[in-house]
Write a protein that binds this ligand. Structure first.
Ligand code: NAD
Length: 246
């Protein structure tokens, strides 16, 4: 029970990687806030409570400051504190510079980058110490074809993380980024068939795509005392994808 009496806010925790992070924290004794704009967060709350854990689903759109403020107010009312923030909510829209509409550009940047700024803006004042983990992507470290806005947003998350790490180091808040590779969630399965996913997996050095739980375990490490001297780090969790050409 590494996180007994601790409170974690996980954005976008109704599905995929966020859900796995929420369940993993709950297993380790944390009270988990499932902040999602989608009602699927309610199911994750019920799953945790049924297993004997503590959870609160708060419907919130991370791209809106009023929504984030009211989510944080709700958390403080219920749990009185926040120890960890996992900025996980994200969206992926396709398009290059020509085909991406201005509205799509704004939406992706608003959710993926501004959302992390807003959550930090309202959560950090409630933290006495602890840790923040921002979910970037391997497309935050290298380019991808036809995902222009997503790449720009995830690259921004990497340097947002470094800046926040410096800003809060003296407050005892560590801030790190995780860059997942190809992970088995609806963000991928929405675009590729099972056969295509198997083929894509063969291109990864470890010859498979990753599972959400493999990202969750790294997030828990970064929030734990085992990572007490780790801040400003950008950690790839991608089966070797970013290690070099293969
Ligand atoms: P997912 O679609 O299952 O999860 C994204 C979650 O974000 C969803 O629950 C969604 O409801 C929530 N969300 C979207 N917009 C929101 C908003 N405005 N406010 C609050 N919540 C919102 O996909 P996932 O793969 O679990 O993605 C989680 C994170 O991991 C994302 O930031 C994504 O960019 C990143 N990532 C995923 C992969 C992958 O291969 N799956 C790879 C690299 C990075």
């Amino acid at each position: 029970m590494r996180f007994k009496n601790k409170v974690v806010v996980v954005t976008g925790a109704g599905s995929g990687i966020g859900r796995a992070i929420a369940l993993a924290f709950a297993k380790e004794g944390a009270s988990v806030v499932i902040a999602s704009h989608h009602s699927d967060g309610k199911k994750v709350e019920q799953e945790i409570v049924k297993a004997g854990g503590k959870a609160l689903f708060v419907q919130a759109d991370v791209s809106g400051s009023a929504s984030v403020r009211s989510m944080v107010d709700g958390v403080i009312k219920k749990f009185k504190r926040v120890d960890f923030l996992v900025n996980n909510a994200g969206i992926l829209l396709h398009g290059d510079a020509v085909s991406t509409s201005e509205a799509d550009w704004n939406r992706v940047l608003d959710v993926n980058l501004k959302g992390m700024f807003l959550c930090a803006k309202y959560v950090v004042p409630c933290m006495k110490s602890g840790a923040i983990v921002n979910i970037s992507s391997e497309w935050g470290l290298s380019g991808g074809r036809d995902v222009l806005a997503y790449c720009a947003s995830k690259g921004g998350v990497v340097n947002l993380t470094r800046a926040m790490a410096l800003d809060y180091a003296r407050k005892g808040i560590r801030v790190n980024a995780v860059c997942p590779g190809l992970i088995n969630t609806k963000m991928l399965t929405g675009f590729f068939s099972k056969k295509e996913l198997r083929e894509i997996g063969q291109m990864v050095p470890m010859r498979r795509i990753g599972e959400p739980e493999e990202i969750a375990r790294v997030i828990l490490f970064l929030c734990s005392d085992d990572a007490s001297y780790v801040t400003g780090a950008v950690l790839s969790v991608d089966g070797g994808d970013m290690a070099g050409t293969y």
